[in-house]
Design a protein around this ligand. Sequence first.
Ligand code: 0WD
Length: 257
Amino acid sequence: QLDLSNKTYVVMGVANKRSIAWGIAETLDQAGARLIFTYAGERFEKNVKDLVSELPSADKHLVLPCNVSSDEEIADTFAQIGEKVGVIHGIAHCIAFAEKAELEGEFLNATREGFLNAQNISAYSLTAVLKEARPLMTEGGSVITLTYLGGEKVVKNYNTMGVAKASLDASVRYLANDLGKENIRVNAISAGPIRTLSAKGVGGFNDVLQAMEDHAPLKRTVTQEEVGKSAFFLLSDLSSGVTGEILHVDGGYSTIG
Ligand code: 0WD
């Protein structure tokens, strides 16, 4: 069960070494899985290829572009995956975007365009990806996405992204219900705050980190590696009875009132 050497996973959303997706990729690589990395655009290509080349099993892995705002691009990427590897066993969807102006001040300042853009990239993309991935998951499988507490409760400055995460959380439940009959499970990890490229865009992020250290039961923040270990659980057979679930990997912070 701990050996993933006959499994193939698509890892979407590595921007750099600090990306949560990278923590997940390292854990899967160590377990022997074959990985297909997708990146948003040319800007990230070299970075992702260089990073992947450092992995112990680099030769097995593939790196492909996939901007999830385009249905054509998603279809093209998964067609290539189908040609190159055939069957896939899971996906780690670690993608989100909102303009900086949407991540500070009052939520009421949200613009129609900013709101819809966040929903598009951060929530709808999971469904769009699963439409194309489903035909390749003929042996069943497991899909995870990354969410945040700001989708369940009001978290200062998270605003438009919080509403997008609420939509993502609900999508997880509906997708889990649709795909359960094919033995495809869909779950989310609600990660505690981790300093990444995306996190830099959220106003007052240092205060959020400090609040974790002060109030989380574990009295500290969590690491990419810890998210990676929980992702391993959800992506492997260890969690074969779990679907439609939001697993908080946040040092217990969400349990504190
Ligand atoms: O504190 C944090 N960092 C938390 C992050 C706490 C809880 C949840 N999360 C979530 C984020 O909301 C996101 O869903 O984790 C996920 C990963 O975020 P991250 O690791 O914090 O941030 P980052 O390293 O910036 O990765 C975000 C990825 C980037 O990777 P690539 O290489 O694909 O560019 O999302 C990507 C972004 O570029 N992304 C897109 N990917 C494909 N198509 C798009 C797009 N249109 N837009 C953004």
